[in-house]
Ligand binder design. Sequence first.
Ligand code: PEP
Ligand code: MN
Length: 338
Amino acid sequence: MIVIMKYKASDVDVQNVQDEITKLGYIPRPAPGETRVVIGVMGNKPLRGRQHLEALEGVEKVLLVSTPYKLVSREWKNSDTIVRVGNVHIGGNFVTVIGGPCAIESYEQTLAAAIGVKEAGGHILRGGAFKPRTSPYSFQGLGEEGLEILQRVGKEVGLPVVTEVVDHVNVSLVDNYCDMLQIGTRNMQNFELLKAAGRSKKPVLLKRGQSSTVEETLLAAEYILNEGNEQVVLCERGIRTFVDHSRNTLDISAIPAFQRLTHLPVIVDPAHAAGKRYMVAPLALGGIAAGAQGVIVEVHPNPAIAKSDGPQQLVPEDFKKLMISIEQVAKAVGKTMA
Ligand code: PEP
Ligand code: MN
């Protein structure tokens, strides 16, 4: 339920409505807007008290939310959320590009990739220190040593950094080293991790589960917002389909579907969708053309010897070419580079 206050309702009225919501056994979540206050009614109990709230002084109307999620919805907040990662913006009319290696392998490898990203005009550096791999025999990441390298390189080249956190126990550790937490596709419904990320003050990059619907993804994001962290970016990274020409299928249709329902920014990850280098640029550009507010791509100085995802990583030179094309497509759809 959402209580919409009248235009310029007094502070006393707004407080009174919140007190009544509390008395009904729910938690009030006010969102002050430019012209009026909207109050979310949070709680797991069946809805009651609608008529009572509607009759209170200063109340314009009470809406029943038609979706199972609330805080991520455009009913709750219509204007696009702009997420801040360091001094970089994601969302609204901006196109933001995140680049960097799949995994942090060494200082030298990370630095070479980061210089390539920075020189081409990329905005945020990525790199995994904890790698959730399908096989237990694959490279699992350097752990804290990888976090140290990523943080150091980010500072040296002047880019904020994003890295994946794979369990709730490690959120505070990863938090110490990064500007943005990433939750990967395999963990999209790891609810303890979502809640812990929600309690962090860092923005969160939430990847769509590889077999999750748009609604399930929004409910996963709702867990983070429900803990008080509104700085969430959604990422379409490909879903499982029957095709065998690519690793996954980048679901371009999910971009407008998300944007109709949520105020949160949506970016695309063409590399993990395709699993093949030659598809990365076309899918990235297709995503931006369809309205995505950013791209995350993997950049490695020598993909042939990469410890993970070699076949889909771009060399810095190809990343540079892609940046030029992204800028052209962004301009064509009325967006500006962040
Ligand atoms: C990644 O970005 O490093 C990654 C593992 O992606 P995903 O969770 O989408 O597979
Ligand atoms: Mn990867």
